[in-house]
Design a protein around this ligand. Structure first.
Ligand code: HEM
Length: 137
Protein backbone atom coordinates (compact mmCIF):
# COMPACT_ATOMS: atom_id res chain seq x y z
CA UNK A 1 0.00 0.00 0.00
CA UNK A 2 1.18 3.50 -0.77
CA UNK A 3 2.04 5.85 2.09
CA UNK A 4 0.54 8.87 0.31
CA UNK A 5 -3.04 9.61 1.33
CA UNK A 6 -5.76 8.93 -1.22
CA UNK A 7 -7.30 12.36 -1.67
CA UNK A 8 -10.49 10.87 -3.07
CA UNK A 9 -11.15 9.09 0.22
CA UNK A 10 -12.87 10.97 3.01
CA UNK A 11 -10.81 11.60 6.12
CA UNK A 12 -11.92 8.82 8.40
CA UNK A 13 -9.61 9.71 11.27
CA UNK A 14 -11.58 10.51 14.39
CA UNK A 15 -11.65 14.20 15.32
CA UNK A 16 -9.20 14.67 18.23
CA UNK A 17 -11.06 15.18 21.49
CA UNK A 18 -10.64 18.62 23.04
CA UNK A 19 -8.18 18.34 25.90
CA UNK A 20 -9.72 19.13 29.23
CA UNK A 21 -8.10 21.14 31.98
CA UNK A 22 -5.70 24.07 31.86
CA UNK A 23 -4.62 25.03 28.33
CA UNK A 24 -1.05 26.27 28.93
CA UNK A 25 -0.35 27.46 25.38
CA UNK A 26 -3.60 29.42 25.18
CA UNK A 27 -2.93 31.05 28.56
CA UNK A 28 0.61 31.87 27.49
CA UNK A 29 -0.76 33.48 24.28
CA UNK A 30 -3.10 35.66 26.38
CA UNK A 31 -0.29 36.44 28.84
CA UNK A 32 1.99 37.71 26.01
CA UNK A 33 -0.67 40.19 24.89
CA UNK A 34 -1.70 41.33 28.38
CA UNK A 35 1.88 41.70 29.64
CA UNK A 36 2.83 43.49 26.38
CA UNK A 37 0.08 46.06 26.95
CA UNK A 38 1.07 46.69 30.59
CA UNK A 39 4.75 46.85 29.59
CA UNK A 40 4.04 49.66 27.11
CA UNK A 41 2.87 51.87 30.00
CA UNK A 42 5.58 50.76 32.45
CA UNK A 43 8.49 50.95 29.97
CA UNK A 44 7.46 54.26 28.34
CA UNK A 45 6.94 55.79 31.81
CA UNK A 46 10.33 54.47 32.91
CA UNK A 47 12.07 55.80 29.78
CA UNK A 48 10.44 59.21 30.13
CA UNK A 49 11.33 59.62 33.82
CA UNK A 50 14.88 58.24 33.58
CA UNK A 51 15.98 59.68 30.23
CA UNK A 52 13.97 62.81 29.44
CA UNK A 53 12.53 64.47 32.55
CA UNK A 54 14.67 66.97 34.56
CA UNK A 55 17.96 66.52 32.69
CA UNK A 56 17.55 62.79 32.01
CA UNK A 57 20.35 60.30 32.73
CA UNK A 58 22.77 63.05 33.85
CA UNK A 59 21.02 63.26 37.22
CA UNK A 60 20.91 59.53 37.94
CA UNK A 61 23.18 58.54 40.80
CA UNK A 62 22.99 56.57 44.06
CA UNK A 63 21.00 59.34 45.80
CA UNK A 64 18.49 59.46 42.93
CA UNK A 65 17.87 55.71 43.14
CA UNK A 66 17.68 55.90 46.94
CA UNK A 67 15.07 58.67 46.67
CA UNK A 68 12.96 56.75 44.17
CA UNK A 69 13.01 53.46 46.06
CA UNK A 70 12.04 55.14 49.31
CA UNK A 71 8.56 55.18 47.75
CA UNK A 72 6.56 51.91 47.69
CA UNK A 73 4.91 53.16 44.48
CA UNK A 74 8.20 53.18 42.51
CA UNK A 75 9.31 49.94 44.17
CA UNK A 76 6.11 48.33 42.95
CA UNK A 77 6.49 49.92 39.47
CA UNK A 78 10.03 48.59 39.06
CA UNK A 79 9.16 45.19 40.53
CA UNK A 80 6.20 44.76 38.14
CA UNK A 81 8.32 45.89 35.19
CA UNK A 82 11.07 43.42 36.13
CA UNK A 83 8.73 40.45 36.56
CA UNK A 84 6.59 41.14 33.49
CA UNK A 85 9.54 41.87 31.17
CA UNK A 86 11.39 38.75 32.36
CA UNK A 87 8.39 36.40 32.18
CA UNK A 88 7.31 37.88 28.82
CA UNK A 89 10.82 37.67 27.34
CA UNK A 90 11.43 34.18 28.76
CA UNK A 91 8.13 32.86 27.44
CA UNK A 92 8.83 34.44 24.03
CA UNK A 93 12.25 32.76 23.90
CA UNK A 94 10.73 29.45 25.05
CA UNK A 95 8.49 29.55 21.97
CA UNK A 96 11.39 30.56 19.67
CA UNK A 97 13.48 27.62 21.01
CA UNK A 98 10.51 25.33 20.31
CA UNK A 99 10.32 26.69 16.77
CA UNK A 100 14.02 26.40 15.90
CA UNK A 101 15.67 23.67 18.03
CA UNK A 102 15.39 20.45 16.06
CA UNK A 103 16.15 17.79 18.67
CA UNK A 104 14.47 17.29 22.02
CA UNK A 105 17.88 17.30 23.68
CA UNK A 106 18.80 20.75 22.27
CA UNK A 107 15.40 22.10 23.32
CA UNK A 108 15.86 20.70 26.83
CA UNK A 109 19.29 22.27 27.35
CA UNK A 110 18.50 25.64 25.75
CA UNK A 111 15.33 25.95 27.81
CA UNK A 112 17.20 24.83 30.94
CA UNK A 113 19.79 27.61 30.46
CA UNK A 114 17.01 30.12 29.69
CA UNK A 115 14.95 29.25 32.81
CA UNK A 116 18.05 29.29 35.06
CA UNK A 117 19.20 32.71 33.79
CA UNK A 118 15.67 34.09 34.02
CA UNK A 119 15.05 32.80 37.56
CA UNK A 120 18.44 34.16 38.72
CA UNK A 121 17.70 37.61 37.24
CA UNK A 122 14.19 37.77 38.74
CA UNK A 123 15.44 36.64 42.17
CA UNK A 124 18.40 39.00 42.21
CA UNK A 125 16.38 41.99 40.96
CA UNK A 126 13.60 41.36 43.48
CA UNK A 127 16.15 41.02 46.29
CA UNK A 128 17.82 44.32 45.33
CA UNK A 129 14.51 46.22 45.20
CA UNK A 130 13.51 45.02 48.68
CA UNK A 131 16.88 45.03 50.46
CA UNK A 132 18.30 48.25 48.99
CA UNK A 133 19.99 50.22 51.79
CA UNK A 134 19.96 54.00 51.15
CA UNK A 135 22.44 54.56 54.01
CA UNK A 136 25.31 52.68 52.36
CA UNK A 137 28.23 54.94 51.58
C1 HEM B 1 7.13 47.19 25.49
C2 HEM B 1 6.09 46.48 25.27
C3 HEM B 1 6.03 45.13 24.63
C4 HEM B 1 4.99 44.71 23.86
C5 HEM B 1 3.75 45.49 23.48
C6 HEM B 1 5.25 43.35 23.45
C7 HEM B 1 4.38 42.55 22.72
C8 HEM B 1 4.62 41.26 22.33
C9 HEM B 1 3.66 40.36 21.75
C10 HEM B 1 2.20 40.67 21.46
C11 HEM B 1 4.29 39.19 21.51
C12 HEM B 1 3.69 37.91 20.92
C13 HEM B 1 4.01 37.77 19.46
C14 HEM B 1 3.46 36.48 18.89
O1 HEM B 1 2.88 35.67 19.63
O2 HEM B 1 3.61 36.28 17.68
C15 HEM B 1 5.67 39.34 21.92
C16 HEM B 1 6.64 38.40 21.78
C17 HEM B 1 7.88 38.49 22.32
N1 HEM B 1 8.38 39.50 23.13
FE1 HEM B 1 7.43 41.22 23.52
N2 HEM B 1 6.47 42.95 23.94
C18 HEM B 1 6.98 44.00 24.69
C19 HEM B 1 8.15 44.01 25.42
C20 HEM B 1 9.09 42.99 25.42
C21 HEM B 1 10.28 42.95 26.24
C22 HEM B 1 10.69 44.04 27.25
C23 HEM B 1 10.94 41.81 25.92
C24 HEM B 1 12.26 41.25 26.45
C25 HEM B 1 12.54 41.25 27.73
C26 HEM B 1 10.18 41.12 24.90
C27 HEM B 1 10.51 39.92 24.31
C28 HEM B 1 9.68 39.19 23.48
C29 HEM B 1 10.05 37.93 22.84
C30 HEM B 1 11.40 37.22 22.96
C31 HEM B 1 8.92 37.51 22.12
C32 HEM B 1 8.78 36.27 21.23
C33 HEM B 1 8.89 36.70 19.78
C34 HEM B 1 8.32 35.68 18.84
O3 HEM B 1 7.46 34.85 19.20
O4 HEM B 1 8.70 35.76 17.65
N3 HEM B 1 9.05 41.87 24.62
N4 HEM B 1 5.85 40.62 22.43
Amino acid sequence: MSATPDLAMPNTRPTPRRRQGVNFEKNSWIFMRASGLILVILVLGHLFIMNILDGGVQRINFAFVAGRWSSPFWQFWDLTMLWLAMLHGTNGLRVIIGDYAKSGKTRFWLRGILYTASAATILLGTLVIFTFDPNLS
